[in-house]
Write a protein that binds this ligand. Structure first.
Ligand SMILES: [Zn+2]
Length: 280
């Protein structure tokens, strides 16, 4: 059985299932190429039993796939509420602030559909993680590397932190549940955060580090004991203005006595994203 879900078959089958009740057809997705456009789901005004999907044909194939899965999410979850869903880039992939609940739900739907948690959990628990492994899994699921990394953070039992840098500043940060429970957090040096001295993230001479470099965990996370280690990974995108940092930190006992991680830290974006977990 192939690892990647066949969205075409799913789309064709949906009207024959309870999830597509009252619908005769979801037409084959069509391209609509406009810079600000990501995707759309709409009911045919002339034939109410038919729905259609449009996507940005200029986007990368993995992103098109995510968008179509997102629109299928609107179809299943929200079509009784609206006749038309316009999903621009802001609302789907980057608009964390003010992201509407239905957009978040459609993103969650797409993540669950394209990267099934049980399969992912099996794969990531049976091997030593590095960016080669995560990239290979992304290819198997036919999703973007970044989307897979975010999903990894959600499912890993390791202490892990993922940081997305945009032009030298933190744009998003995600922490795995065990990282949160053990209060592993990055040293704050500015708002917005900049790369810390001594890290690969700060080293302009290193574009890629897919095997991971071991270092003292305290370089990144000041509350870590001096003997704790972490592995830092780095992936730079073509133009180098966007960088993904993955930190895998040695395991530690949860600090059950310390509940301050639950109190909410305005700078810690994890909680905002925990139910979202998607950014291709
Ligand atoms: Zn949407």
């Amino acid at each position: 059985m192939p690892d990647a879900v066949d969205l075409d078959i799913l789309r064709q089958m949906l009207p024959t299932t309870p999830y597509g009740k009252g619908v005769r057809e979801i037409r084959q997705p069509v391209e609509f190429n406009d810079k600000a456009f990501e995707g759309m789901l709409a009911r045919d005004p002339n034939d109410h039993d038919v729905w259609g999907i449009a996507y940005n044909g200029k986007a990368r194939p993995e992103r098109q796939r995510f968008t179509i899965a997102h629109e299928l999410g609107h179809f299943i979850l929200h079509r009784s509420q609206q006749q038309k869903f316009n999903c621009d880039k802001q609302s789907i992939h980057t608009g964390i602030d003010g992201l509407r609940a239905i957009e978040r739900a459609a993103d969650d739907f797409a993540s669950n559909l394209l990267m099934p948690g049980d399969l992912l959990r099996n794969w990531i628990s049976s091997q030593r993680i590095d960016l080669h492994v995560l990239s290979a899994i992304a290819k198997r699921f036919q999703v973007s590397f970044e989307a897979l990394c975010i999903r990894f953070i959600k499912f890993t039992t390791q202490r892990a932190i993922l940081v997305y840098w945009d032009n030298g500043f933190v744009k998003y940060e995600w922490r795995s549940s065990s990282a949160i429970k053990t209060r592993a957090r990055i040293r704050r040096n500015a708002d917005p955060q900049e790369p810390l001295p001594g890290t690969l993230a700060a080293d302009a001479g290193v574009d890629q580090e897919w095997d991971g470099t071991e270092m003292s965990a305290a370089i990144w996370c000041p509350e870590e004991a001096p003997h704790m280690k972490l592995r830092e990974f780095k992936h730079s995108y073509g133009a180098r203005d966007r960088v993904l940092t993955l930190l895998l930190i040695e395991s530690a006992e949860p600090r059950a006595w310390d509940r301050s991680w639950q109190d909410g830290d305005s700078f810690d974006s994890y909680d905002q994203f925990v139910s979202n977990g998607q950014l291709p």
